[in-house]
Design a protein around this ligand. Structure first.
Ligand code: SF4
Length: 316
């Protein structure tokens, strides 16, 4: 295993393994050949690891809508409880391999994350908002392990949010495993200021107020902070507008030290980025250079500017 790569769990059929109910695969070339250069994939097929054969009778989600069951399409066998039991060691095994998140196959009653159909006993669709059983268990039990499907990962906006979320969640997991205090929570929050603002400006303010709320016990603040953190990075995608605003804000931190030509070049780069004429990396690299040149520790601490892990995924 390449130590510089991150580990991500992935539905086996996306890697080309013929593990689907009908003995086929759903190989995704971009995931394997492009993303695979930077990621070590830890394959998982919940249905096969549960003990279902290849080929096998297809399964589907069935009512009740509030807690859909996994039922075989023709023989009408309900596998839900047995599958849930089998998923526990599967997930533990993945966590032991230091995964940071999941890329799961869409439309599957086991792996699908969004819009999985739920059927009634007469095989009619009664809802379209189900989540595959394995994905649901991961979602509920591992809120700090982001999920994405193979369609979303092809879309730059979703992909950026996913990788932002992977690294922020990883840092937050490490943070809550330390003997944290008020100051370290503040420091964590401040280092993510620009990143969080680029997803949703107001959320950063709300989180800021939360962590300073002395009437709440620190553990409770951290618990609510986690909820808001996940919501901010996964529900609000970073936009060019907000990233431009963040860049101007960061420029203001160092404004009084800049030479006129440095300031003009930076303003020009941010403006060009906001018009989609150049990539984000151009103004980010300029700000990095200035933060180092003027030894500006607050700028150097911003993950938005200085995160070598995220740089890797900017260019995909
Ligand atoms: S979608 Fe999931 S359960 Fe279905 S074949 Fe692929 S990995 Fe296995």
């Amino acid at each position: 295993m390449n130590a510089s790569k991150i580990n991500i769990a992935i539905s086996r059929c996306l890697l080309g393994d013929k593990v689907r109910y009908n003995g086929t695969h759903k190989f995704d070339q971009w995931i394997s050949n492009t993303l695979g250069q930077f990621v070590t994939f830890i394959p998982v097929c919940p249905e096969v690891e549960f003990g279902m054969g290849i080929p096998r009778e297809p399964i589907q989600l069935e009512i009740p809508i509030a807690s859909p069951q996994i039922v075989s399409v023709y023989s009408n066998k309900n596998y839900t409880q047995d599958m849930l039991k089998s998923f526990k060691p599967i997930i533990s095994n993945l966590l032991n391999k230091s995964i940071l998140g999941f890329i799961l196959k869409s439309k599957s009653p086991s792996c699908g994350i969004y819009n999985i159909p739920i059927f009634n006993n007469h095989h009619s669709i009664v809802a379209n908002n189900g989540m595959g059983l394995f994905a649901r268990m991961v979602h509920h039990q591992l809120p700090l392990y982001p999920l994405i499907d193979e369609h979303q990962i092809h879309q730059p906006t979703y992909r950026e949010s996913f990788f932002n979320a992977l690294f922020i969640c990883d840092r937050f997991r490490k943070f809550i495993n330390t003997s944290y205090d008020e100051n370290s929570l503040m420091a964590f929050h401040f280092r993510h200021k620009s990143q969080l603002q680029s997803h949703h400006w107001k959320s950063w303010d709300i989180m800021n107020q939360l962590i300073q709320n002395q009437s709440l016990h620190l553990m409770k603040r951290v618990y609510i902070y986690q909820y808001l953190l996940i919501k901010t990075i996964l529900q609000y995608h970073a936009t060019t507008y907000l990233k431009s605003r963040v860049l101007f804000d960061l420029m203001a931190w160092i404004d009084n030290r800049l030479l006129l030509n440095e300031k003009n070049e930076l303003i020009h780069a941010i403006d060009q980025y906001s018009r989609h004429n150049i990539s984000l990396q151009v103004p980010v690299n300029q700000l990095r250079h200035l933060a180092l040149k003027y030894d500006h520790s607050d700028l150097q601490n911003q993950y938005f500017l200085f995160s070598s892990q995220q740089d890797t995924f900017f260019h995909l």
